[in-house]
Write a protein that binds this ligand. Structure first.
Ligand code: ADP
Ligand code: ZN
Length: 292
């Protein structure tokens, strides 16, 4: 059995083939252009690789409601050529194999819950803090879907009192997490790349505060057993202890559990699968497509 995996991102597509047991046999990466340009290349690859199923972890938002006429499509993405693109049916028709679709972050959360930092637990939250902020949620071993899927990056958070741009930079919302704390927000606010912002800059205090508010809200909303923070901004590993500390302050002693008593040391963590969470999630989605 050969399982195809696609991590569909706004700038690049990562395509891979796995054995049924999760050994990666091949992997390539292509730039994300328009569907007319990129889809034929991806279809050619998966045909050549003779995959028996395909799992896709994709940038959103996505229509994941099986009762909807546009089920399996990318919906209102700002990446205009992909808006309302029926990615699931396009692959299904071209390859003639089962195809499963979920958000890139739900896929990554599934991978971390099955094989990574939350292995052995039945719930986790995976958040990427990079060009945007996205959160995937696994509860009871399953990715959470509902009205559509969680969009944790667009939750509203109370801005830090020292934030000079408290409305943030999201074109849709004032003071949403992504608009306040994604990499480009740091860069727009301070006119310097997040990589170069000194560790003692107030910008990091503001960043830590926003991410800790996300952790607080997630704990209060759906009580994940692990919070996994990834993405480019979290390459700044000095942020982890500061986020744990600020989250504890925000929790205000209200939650008691062994993880909290341990100062969130093993609770708010980096991804164990490192940069492979996304593509591994797509492989697990391919398994789900075959119900294996
Ligand atoms: P994407 O979100 O596009 O998949 P990343 O997760 O790598 O990709 O996020 C890229 C963003 O993360 C960049 O815009 C930059 O703001 C930020 N970033 C990348 N590397 C670092 C770093 N080492 N330190 C701080 N910020 C970084
Ligand atoms: Zn927003």
């Amino acid at each position: 059995m050969r399982l195809g995996a696609l991590e569909a991102g706004g700038t690049k597509m990562v395509l891979a083939v796995f054995t049924e047991n999760g050994e990666m046999l091949d992997r390539i990466s292509l730039p994300t252009l328009t569907p007319d340009e990129t889809m034929p290349e991806m279809i050619r690859y998966f045909k050549e690789q003779a995959v028996d199923a395909l799992g896709i972890g994709c940038f959103g938002p996505l229509d994941l409601n099986p009762a909807s006429p546009t089920y399996g499509s990318i919906t209102m993405t700002p990446k205009l050529p992909w808006r309302m693109y029926p990615i699931t049916s396009a692959f299904h028709e071209a390859l003639g194999v089962p195809v499963a679709l979920d958000t890139d972050v739900n896929g990554a959360a599934l991978a971390e819950a099955t094989l990574g930092a939350a292995k052995g637990l039945s719930s986790c939250l995976y958040v990427t803090i990079g060009t945007g902020i996205g959160g995937g949620v696994v509860i009871g071993g399953k990715c959470v879907h509902g009205l559509m899927h969680p969009e944790l990056g667009h939750q509203l958070v109370m801005p830090h009192p020292e934030d000079p741009t408290p409305k943030g930079f999201c074109p849709y919302h004032d003071s949403c997490l992504e608009g306040l704390a994604a990499g480009p927000a740091i860069e727009k606010r301070w006119g310097i790349s997040a990589k170069e912002l000194p560790h003692d800059h107030v910008g990091w205090t503001i960043e830590v505060d926003a991410i800790a508010k996300l952790c607080h809200n997630a704990i209060m909303s759906f009580s994940p057993e692990k919070i996994i923070l990834g993405g480019g901004v979290m390459q700044q590993s000095f942020l982890f202890p500061r986020i744990r500390r600020r989250t504890l302050e925000l929790l205000g002693g209200y939650i008691s559990s062994p993880q909290v008593d341990n100062e969130l040391e093993d609770y708010i963590v980096p991804p164990a699968l490192d940069t492979l969470s996304g593509i591994t999630g797509a492989y697990l989605l391919a398994r789900q497509a075959l119900a294996i």
